[in-house]
Ligand binder design. Structure first.
Ligand code: TZP
Ligand code: MG
Length: 222
């Protein structure tokens, strides 16, 4: 079973409209201790997504021979232990050499994604109710996400809020690592973990001061 970090950061292009903003945000998160980062871009522009994803990969998680070369050239060691997850798109996960893919209920099925990405990369599946949790629990997904736990304005047409009660129920229904998502902030994150989540996935409460926010989440959740 995989070990999820307590903080699962999401870089959502809707709030980071330029590639420069996206990269600066992601680098600040990593500087703040983020080790799991999802790239989410609902624009549907695959060319832009692949360009941005490759740049995230190049900046944040270069292959070891590249980081060795940088070290030999006297550059400071850039953090290379961040795991990069592609939202929705298995093809772009492979093309950008990301570490995993995350799909929802309206994306390709978990098993069809598994066929594309193979056994080593992580596969995450979003769920919103007990039926979906039980179904996703039978797949080869490394982790499940449940939400929205609280009200969110970051997702178009969100499913109904499940609350901490829905999260507790989800915890009872699966032994897979569980990510809670939706309206999670530094103010409620500890309660979310106490209700059974292994990790909190966050968009909004990272946006303003990403480095400081990631540091604070990690301090709260340690
Ligand atoms: N899925 C369920 S809620 C959500 C997604 C992608 C958005 C979470 O964003 P925020 O800003 O942390 O509530
Ligand atoms: Mg999706």
């Amino acid at each position: 079973m995989v070990q999820l970090p307590s903080l699962y950061c999401i870089a959502d292009s809707a709030f980071l409209p330029t590639t420069g903003e996206l990269l600066a945000f992601a680098e600040a998160l990593v500087a703040g201790g983020c080790t799991l980062l999802q790239y989410r871009n609902k624009s549907g522009n695959a060319r832009l997504m692949l360009e941005e994803a490759r740049e995230l990969k190049r900046r944040l998680s270069p292959p070891s021979h590249v980081s060795q070369k940088r070290r030999d050239a006297g550059h400071p060691l850039i953090v290379s232990s961040v795991r990069l997850i592609m939202n929705d798109r298995a093809d772009l996960c492979l093309a950008a050499d990301f570490d995993g893919v995350h799909v929802g209920q309206e994306d390709s099925s978990p098993e069809s994604v598994r066929k594309i990405v193979g056994p080593e990369r992580w596969l995450g599946v979003s769920t919103h109710n007990p039926e979906q949790i039980c179904e996703a629990n039978l797949t080869s997904a490394e982790y499940l996400a449940i939400g929205p736990v609280f009200a969110t304005s970051s997702k178009e047409k969100p499913d109904p809020v499940v609350g901490l009660e829905g999260l507790r129920r989800a915890r009872e229904l699966t032994r897979k690592p569980l990510v809670a998502i939706g309206g999670i902030t530094r103010a409620n994150a500890a309660a979310v973990i106490a209700a059974g989540a292994d990790s909190v996935a966050v968009i909004s409460d990272l946006l303003r001061e990403p480095r400081k926010s990631a540091e604070e989440f990690l301090r709260i959740l340690r």
